[in-house]
Design a protein around this ligand. Structure first.
Ligand SMILES: Cc1ncc(COP(=O)(O)O)c(C=O)c1O
Length: 398
């Protein structure tokens, strides 16, 4: 089999998040009641106004190919959203709609990277960056942030990591998996340095709407015209509108980059689903109360999960400012044993929680940061309560 497959795909590591979810599903099929805190998606349903528009689109036969970058009305909706919510102006030719933020990222990396290039990825960071970058032949290089800095890189750390081979830098604020969020000043300092070195910035802003305690996320491209000229924004409707299954994301940036992405997408998927495009217009321009409702609920769950984790002496966690993840330090249980097995890594710790607590969590190693596990708090309050009880009980027995 090894010889049949390309070296390219043989180099890809499977997604740890999806692997953990699959393990939880396998255990469930055996009749074990596993609670999974692995998959990063809201437990809310897509708001009804959005669904109704999609149903209407089907009824009206809006079921054919569309323009590859997206129908003009959707590109205009994205343009309006970027202006209203982020204070940045883009021409329609500088926007492309993709099958989720994931495809947007993939195509932007494909459009920009090649062997010999280096892409800097702050860690802990989203699992797909590294694999997608590897597929371009470029070298992904981790830039570790420190827990004591709230998992945020300082400009000095970025300066130290920079070399002339660096082509791209991926900024994800609020961050998956830590929930860390950079201030405008922190972002500006990092961006100005990188722009002065001719580095292009990828601003993955898919969690921009999930920010707690009255905070506000900053759109990187809004910081200055010069930074905007070197930035590609990647965003998605998946998390904001509980539309993970619809597959709608977008990228906005300099026209030459977006044109290349459109050209590539024309041969990969063509347009995204026509019905989802209609729904996306409603999501972006229709009532936004569902987003606020979800945010208020996630805020409540964040407080609860955080307080429960802090009450377990073996665990600790930096309180997330945004997104819907807790990145929990599990190093205190290293060296402890159960059923004759010694826990030595975060992968062992995740195994311990699923085997002894029937709670699925993702090991930090998957995010380039061993010693931690990630839990999603976009789950029902009942599930969080039960999950925390189970983890606490399993830890007490260690
Ligand atoms: C940081 C980050 N970027 C991008 C994505 C891609 O999301 P989607 O493809 O559903 O839009 C995710 C999904 O988990 C994410 O966490």
């Amino acid at each position: 089999m090894g010889e049949l497959l390309s070296t390219r795909v043989r180099g890809i590591s499977p997604s740890a998040t999806e692997q953990t979810s699959a393990l939880a599903n396998r255990m469930r099929r055996k009749g074990i009641d596993v609670l999974s805190f692995a998959q990063g998606e809201p437990d809310f349903d897509t708001p009804d106004n959005i669904k109704q528009v999609a149903i209407k689109a089907i009824r009206e036969g809006f079921t054919k190919y569309t323009d590859v970058p997206g129908i003009p009305a959707l590109l205009q909706a994205v343009q309006t959203k970027l202006k209203r919510a982020n204070g940045v102006e883009y021409d329609m030719s500088e926007i492309v709609v993709n099958n989720g933020g994931k495809q947007a990222l993939y195509e932007v990396f494909q459009a920009l990277c090649e062997p010999g290039d280096v892409v800097l990825i702050p860690t802990p960071g989203y699992v797909s960056y590294v694999e997608q970058i590897k597929l371009t032949g470029a070298e992904p290089v981790y830039v570790p942030s420190r827990e004591e800095d709230g998992f945020k890189l300082t400009v000095d750390q970025v300066k130290t990591a920079w070399t002339p081979a660096v082509k791209l830098f991926v900024m994800n604020s609020p961050c998956n998996p830590t929930g860390a969020m950079y201030t405008a000043d922190e972002l500006r300092a990092i961006a100005e340095f990188l722009v002065s070195k001719g580095v292009t910035l990828i601003a993955d802003e898919v969690y921009e709407n999930f920010v707690y305690d009255g905070g506000k996320s900053v759109c990187l491209a809004s910081l200055s015209p010069e930074i905007k000229a070197h930035t590609v924004i990647v965003n998605s409707l998946s998390k904001t509108y509980a539309m993970t299954g619809w597959r709608v994301g977008y990228a906005a940036g300099p026209k030459d980059i977006i044109s290349a992405v459109i050209n590539l997408q024309g041969h990969v998927s063509g347009n995204i689903n026509s019905i989802a495009q209609k729904a996306a217009i409603e999501a972006l321009l229709g009532p936004q109360d569902s987003v606020l409702k979800m945010l208020a609920e996630f805020a409540r769950r964040r407080e609860y999960m955080y307080s429960r984790i802090c009450a377990m002496p073996q665990l600790s966690c930096v309180k997330p400012e945004g997104a819907f993840y807790m990145f929990v330090n599990v190093k205190k249980i290293f060296g402890k044993s159960y059923d004759g097995v010694t826990i030595a890594t975060d992968i062992d710790a995740a195994k311990f929680f699923i085997e002894k607590g029937h709670v699925a969590v993702v090991p930090g190693a998957a995010f380039g940061c061993p010693g931690y596990v990630r839990l999603v708090f976009a789950k029902s309050m009942d599930m969080i309560r039960e999950g925390m009880d189970r983890m606490e009980k399993a830890l007490k027995a260690l």
